[in-house]
Design a protein around this ligand. Structure first.
Ligand SMILES: Cc1cc2nc3c(=O)[nH]c(=O)nc-3n(C[C@H](O)[C@H](O)[C@H](O)COP(=O)(O)OP(=O)(O)OC[C@H]3O[C@@H](n4cnc5c(N)ncnc54)[C@H](O)[C@@H]3O)c2cc1C
Length: 399
């Protein structure tokens, strides 16, 4: 196996040859991009341009062998341990490269589910293109009547020979407007003794006849999510993930990976939030103010605690154990700290948070502050995660 030093040298040579070193926001005021949005305000054209740019970078990284470092070689991965992935992520963070947001759901949730539950042909067909950025995937779980209570979904799939016919509606589907495939949970049967049985998971072609994607505008001004309507959409049985009526098990694989992707620092991790907040405090001449220092110390300490919890959860996974409730703790810790950051920013910036004066690094935080509530809902709401922690970690009676 390639040594870590050899790997690091190869990765550095690739990055030096293909990207520019980034000026970190924390290293200087007014340099580099000041975008800190989690669900930023963008037009569909801006979204499309960013996806196209991200695809070009992703393909280069994949072709150089750095896009699926831990993946099985049989499917186009490099078969290396997680430390190598962390080495590359650490190095890549030093360079000004396109954001990988459009691939977050596909790689964080859908691809691991395909690897675990799809038939061999489907794995061979989709995994490498997903990691290369040629195929983008979305997650079609939530419905108007089923969010936290996912087992209440009503989208139906009826068998018709070697195909299934899908009818129903999904909502809050992030990135559906630029996705090629979606992982969709459907109801295929009703069992009187269990709502979790009778669900079946599929991969659906988002360009298939009968799929209609309509944007939903969020309070940041952008439209990251969509409603997706399915009318007599035909899906081959080969695109089924897992067994018929046993889609709940498949959903759990996706949801565990979702919590890991959000809680493990996937969201906002490339934004250097802690560094930017420190830089802002210094820029405003408040770095010596005892009250501000106290608030800043509070969020920075919690930031570190989350990082260590994430490392602990990953170490557990490396050791072959299943990380369970600590992933819920992690996601809750991360998003609660984002909420604290929002409060600190609101008191630091005052009117500059809501009026664009053109001053670098000030109004840009509005996108962050308006995006945080969404993060507290996505991937398990605060309340639902508290229930899980109460019941599974603390052993309290069921609510
Ligand atoms: C940024 C973002 C991205 C998203 N992306 C996707 C996506 O790509 N694909 C997808 O399928 N979905 C997506 N969603 C939807 C998300 O999964 C749901 O919003 C979430 O599961 C909550 O469901 P809901 O909105 O129906 O709220 P509900 O489940 O109706 O909850 C409403 C309120 O009731 C509370 N509540 C519900 N049940 C309980 C309980 N048992 N105990 C205590 N309180 C409870 C909740 O905490 C919440 O405050 C996204 C959401 C957001 C915000």
């Amino acid at each position: 196996m390639i040594t870590k030093d050899e790997f690091r040298a190869g990765a550095t040579a690739f990055l030096e040859g293909n990207a520019k070193r980034r000026v970190k926001a924390s290293q200087g005021w007014g340099e580099g991009s000041d975008e800190v949005g989690i669900l930023p305000e963008r037009t569909p054209e801006e979204d499309a341009a960013l996806v196209a740019e991200a695809k070009v970078w992703r393909a280069k990284v994949f072709d150089a062998g750095f896009a699926w470092i831990t993946g099985p070689e049989a499917y186009g991965g490099r078969g290396l341990p997680r430390e190598y992935d962390r080495i590359f992520q650490g190095l890549e963070n030093e360079y000004d490269v396109p954001g990988m947001g459009p691939f977050g759901i596909g790689l964080g949730m859908v691809a691991p589910t395909i690897l675990a539950h799809a038939i061999e042909d489907v794995r061979q067909h989709y995994l490498a293109p997903l990691y290369r950025g040629d195929v983008v995937a979305c997650q079609l779980f939530s419905e108007p009547v089923a969010g936290s209570d996912l087992a209440g979904i009503q989208t139906k799939a009826m068998r018709d020979g070697d195909e299934w016919v899908l009818n129903g509606q999904k909502v809050w589907t992030s990135g559906a407007h630029y996705s090629d495939i979606g992982e969709i949970i459907t109801r295929t049967a009703t069992y009187p003794d269990s709502r979790h049985r009778g669900l079946t998971m599929f991969l659906v072609d988002m360009k298939a006849p009968g799929v209609e994607v309509r944007p939903l505008r969020q309070m940041t001004g952008g439209a990251s999510f969509n409603e997706v309507f399915f009318t007599d959409v035909r899906v081959p049985d080969t695109m089924r993930l897992g067994d018929v009526d046993e889609g709940w098990t498949v959903a759990l694989t996706t949801l565990m990976n979702e919590r890991m992707a959000i809680g493990g620092g996937g969201v906002g991790s490339g934004l250097d939030l802690a560094g930017r907040l420190r830089a802002l405090t210094r820029h405003m001449g408040l770095a010596d103010d005892p009250n501000v220092r106290q608030q800043l110390a509070d969020v920075l300490i919690r930031h570190s605690v989350n990082r260590y919890t994430s490392l602990r959860a990953m170490a557990k996974m490396r050791a072959g154990q299943l990380p369970g409730p600590e992933l819920s703790t992690l996601k809750l810790g991360l998003t609660n700290n984002m909420q604290r950051m929002s409060s600190v920013l609101t008191s630091l910036l005052g009117p500059r948070l809501i009026a664009d004066t053109g001053e670098w690094g000030t109004y840009a935080w509005a996108d962050f502050v308006l995006g945080v509530p969404g993060m507290r809902v996505a991937g398990g709401t605060d309340e639902v995660l508290r229930n899980i922690i109460g019941e599974r970690v603390l052993g309290l009676p069921k609510s």
